[in-house]
Design a binder for this molecule. Structure first.
Ligand code: NAD
Ligand code: UFG
Length: 339
């Protein structure tokens, strides 16, 4: 029997891909998710891929009784904590919801872990914590910078809380994983990203235009100081990101807080992404240029060498695989998990 892992937010985009990897390596997985941004149809899909099952508990990370029950029922070794709200623009409209879910929710989770004597945690952080003025590539040794929205601030706050927790109690070990831009889907086409409403992120928008759900892509800004004027980001395959969590579990043998960038180390522009999608899938993606989106930085990517050196992890899937897998998921499931 493998180790027991609690995965909060395991029904979501990155969580579900990670659950597949964990089940395939023989872990016992308990998912806690309130389904506020996901669909429980994902669990049948996970079963089809892995031929094994995660235990699903529908509940909220802010529910102390629910957490206490999980920790008393299962001999949990470690927690992977994906649950939270993630829409950057929305976070400025409803900041209290973001701090409630992301910061308070993490506090409740950590208190329940401490009460149960479980002190190993992987946290979903973001490249956004480097802030507005950091030079690229981003390195883990750089200080956290000035964040420009409540979502980013909530991630920076949780990083600080978890760092303080590790300093206060040497029994804790925490991996703060700073994701860059995950895209793509499981190669089976059975699970993928299923945003509710109009997608905020580039790749789901491109694939929804390609499948005919949206008329055209608006490219936000073509006058940035980059190679072609459009913003550059470090896009990595979600399966590589999922692998990064499995690798990070080994880092939890060492006490303290450990920060890792999970990215490819390479920036690509919005136009390069659109052209790659067209080249790989043969499907046209009409676009027009629009004003810059507030809060977007011109270009950033990871220095991914620390994760390679210490976790023996690097992103291995190609850009073509990211495009093929996105398209397989989108074209097989034009309405996501709703059919
Ligand atoms: P997602 O919305 O698909 O998954 C998050 C899951 O958490 C959802 O299934 C949602 O229902 C659940 N959830 C939210 N609040 C909850 C609560 N209070 N209790 C229980 N469940 C709750 O998002 P994702 O893209 O898979 O992101 C996972 C994590 O990674 C998030 O913390 C996000 O902020 C972080 N992250 C994502 C990206 C990205 O580009 N997708 C980049 C950097 C960091
Ligand atoms: N873009 C468009 N049109 C769209 C959507 C996006 O041109 O319809 C552009 C954006 O302007 C940006 C690039 O595509 O230049 C990528 O945008 P995304 O929204 O896909 O990703 P971001 O880099 O803005 O944000 C993502 C996550 C955040 C996280 C951040 C840093 O959504 O959670 O990466 O890690 F904080």
């Amino acid at each position: 029997m493998g180790d027991f892992l609690l995965v909060t937010g395991g029904a979501g985009y990155i969580g579900s891909h990670t659950v597949v990897n964990l089940l395939e390596r023989g872990s016992q997985v308990i998912v806690l998710d309130n389904l506020c941004n996901s669909n429980d149809a994902v669990f049948d899909r996970i079963d089809s891929i892995t031929h094994s099952q995660a235990v699903f508990v529908k509940g909220d990370i802010r529910d102390r009784d629910c957490l206490a029950k999980i920790f008393s029922t299962y001999p949990i070794d470690s927690v992977i904590h994906f649950a939270g709200l993630k829409a950057v623009g929305e976070s400025s409209q409803i900041p209290l919801d973001y701090y409630q879910n992301n910061v308070y929710g993490t506090l409740v989770l950590c208190e329940a872990m401490a009460a149960a004597g479980v002190k190993k945690l992987i946290f979903s952080s973001s490249a956004t914590v480097y802030g507005e003025d950091a030079p690229v590539p981003y390195e883990e040794t750089m200080p956290r910078g000035k964040t420009s929205n409540p979502y980013g601030t909530s991630k920076a706050m949780v990083e600080q809380i978890l760092t303080d927790l590790c300093a206060s109690d040497p029994e804790w070990s925490v991996a703060l994983l700073r994701y860059f831009n995950p895209i793509g889907a499981h190669p089976s086409g059975l699970i993928g990203e299923d945003p509710k409403g109009i997608p905020n992120n580039l790749m789901p928008f491109i694939s929804q235009v390609a499948v005919g759900k949206r008329k055209e892509l608006s490219i936000f800004g073509n006058d940035y100081p980059t190679s072609d004027g459009t913003c550059e980001r470090d896009y990595l395959h979600v399966m590589d990101l999922a692998d990064g969590h499995v690798s990070a579990l080994s880092a939890l043998d060492e006490k303290g807080a450990h920060i890792y960038n999970l990215g490819t180390g390479k920036g690509l522009s919005v136009l390069e992404m659109v052209e790659s999608f067209k080249r790989v899938t043969g499907v046209d993606v009409p676009y027009s240029f629009a004003d810059r989106r507030e809060g977007d930085l011109p270009a950033f990517w990871a220095d991914a060498s620390k994760a390679e050196k210490e976790l023996d992890w690097s992103a291995t899937r190609t850009l073509d695989e990211m495009m093929e897998d996105t398209w397989r998921w989108q074209s097989n499931n034009p309405n996501g998990y709703d059919g």
